[in-house]
Design a protein around this ligand. Structure first.
Ligand SMILES: [Zn+2]
Length: 137
């Protein structure tokens, strides 16, 4: 019984980190490798980064594409499922709510050095929480 309580306390204390690890584990191997380094550097620099969403099913991406076009809400993406890096495990969105401007800029610098691009650099539909691996194709 004592061990179960200890395990529960650890799970609750580290629950957001455990969810981050689960989301990292869903990414493609090349993206996961870089994203783990990104995540670790951010935490060493005490930037409180958590992953909101990584991989998406085609149906989830299509529902997001429909939002603001065919369903209620604002347009949040221009990417159809076949165009989104989320559906191939090469993108993730981070929770920006606990970051100040300097921390966000530092996060983007870390990401760029690891071959990611950030949605704040998109020409249309700025998506600052979005990071995606730059690939050759
Ligand atoms: Zn995204």
């Amino acid at each position: 019984m004592k061990y179960i309580i200890v395990i529960l306390v650890v799970l609750v204390y580290f629950s957001s980190e455990i969810l981050d690890v689960l989301k990292l584990s869903q990414m493609s191997s090349d993206c996961r490798r870089q994203a783990i380094v990104f995540y670790c550097i951010a935490h060493v620099k005490q930037i409180p980064v958590h992953i909101k969403e990584a991989n998406r099913s085609y149906s989830r991406q299509f529902a997001l594409f429909e939002q603001g076009r065919f369903t209620d809400g604002a347009i949040v993406t221009n990417a159809l499922p076949s165009e989104s890096k989320h559906t191939i495990g090469q993108a993730f969105d981070v929770d920006l709510t606990n970051l100040d401007r300097n921390q966000f800029d530092e996060l983007v610098d870390i990401a760029v050095k690891l071959n990611f691009t950030n949605g704040s650099r998109f020409k249309s539909l700025i998506d600052s929480c979005h990071f995606e691996l730059i690939t050759k194709n």
